[in-house]
Design a protein around this ligand. Structure first.
Ligand code: PDD
Length: 308
């Protein structure tokens, strides 16, 4: 006769802290219309974000309790949704209101706010289902963004083949290649990885990549489907134009990166972060370069005065 396990299995006695992977369960998070303690936040096992990575996301920096470049992040979110014919459960104004409420409820001064929209819950089938309600979740992460210790030291990167898909302009939650690249970097005792395709750097595992040539020209890859159209990248190029720093948007090779005077990455979480080693070769002098540091300062100064 088949034996049915008692309902109260050992899994019920796993501590909340173990379930969370070790970090404290103290935040208020947002799930589909509700603000609730993170331990109570639940998503269906049939959510297409879980089954197919059928979801998109945005990460926005928070400084002094305000959002950095949020307008740009919300515009890119719309674009990602449109490219995947995915509906949004909220207007931009509605999303901003939830972001602000979450920042207030968590008394967040500095850190990140993460938001994710998935196509929602449906029985498992590859084709997009009709009439599902999209899932919207948000959470905050408290961390020093401006006083990031890596800003003073710079970071080291390795180069690794870009094994991602051909629509990197869509900010989907399918991030396993980025996780694998970060693990390769960790194994090589480096801080991060730059992705390489046909001997040219596409971008960082979760950032856009820049070099400064010996002649003083900033170079970052042009926008197409091969990279994420970074919001911080765009702001840094605008600042470069304003402050008369020459720049080119084109592919650059790994060799060119090895010979660069400076290098840095941009992202909502890193802002502008100098790169001081590439594949164990020092970049320029091997310490954060003046143009990289200047662009970081300019970006932070501007961000502080344009918070939303
Ligand atoms: N990542 N390229 C990739 C692949 C990224 O994942 C990111 C951001 C960027 C930079 O984009 P932006 O400047 O808009 O943040 C470029 C976020 C921070 C993340 O996944 O945590």
């Amino acid at each position: 006769m088949m034996r049915i396990a008692p309902i109260a299995s050992s899994i019920d006695f796993v501590s909340a802290n173990q379930r969370s992977g070790g970090f404290p369960l103290s935040r208020i998070v947002y799930v589909n219309g509700a603000f609730l303690p993170e331990a109570d936040a639940k998503i269906s096992i049939f959510d297409r974000g879980f089954l197919f990575a059928d979801g998109v996301y945005e990460v926005c920096a928070v400084l002094a309790g305000g959002l950095v470049d949020n307008g740009g992040h919300l515009r890119r979110l719309r674009r990602s949704l449109d490219e995947l014919q995915m509906a949004s459960p909220e207007t931009d104004a509605g999303i901003l209101q939830i972001q602000r409420e979450l920042i207030a409820r968590n008394q967040l001064r500095e850190g990140l706010i993460y938001l994710q929209i998935t196509r929602g819950v449906a029985d498992r089938d590859f084709a997009y289902p009709e009439n599902t309600s999209p899932t919207l979740i948000m959470f905050t992460q408290s961390k020093p963004v401006v006083d990031n210790p890596l800003a003073a030291t710079g970071i080291s990167v390795i180069t690794t083949p870009d094994i991602r898909w051909a629509r990197r302009d869509i900010k989907t939650v399918g991030l396993l290649p980025a996780c694998m690249a970060k693990m390769l970097a960790r194994e090589a005792a480096a801080d991060d990885a730059w992705m390489v395709e046909a001997d040219h750097v596409t971008e960082g595992s979760s950032s856009n990549a820049f070099i400064l040539t010996a002649a003083g020209t900033l170079v970052t890859r042009h926008l197409d489907r091969g990279i994420l159209h970074g919001i911080t990248r765009q702001a840094v190029l605008r600042l470069a134009a304003e402050y008369d720093i020459d720049f080119e948007q084109r592919p650059f090779s790994v060799q060119e990166a090895y010979q660069a005077a400076e290098a840095f990455v941009t992202s909502a979480s890193a802002l502008v972060l100098p790169v001081i080693r590439i594949d164990d070769r020092p970049v320029g002098t091997g310490s954060p370069g003046p143009i990289s540091q200047r662009l970081r300062t300019l970006y932070i100064e501007e961000a502080r005065t344009t918070l939303s």
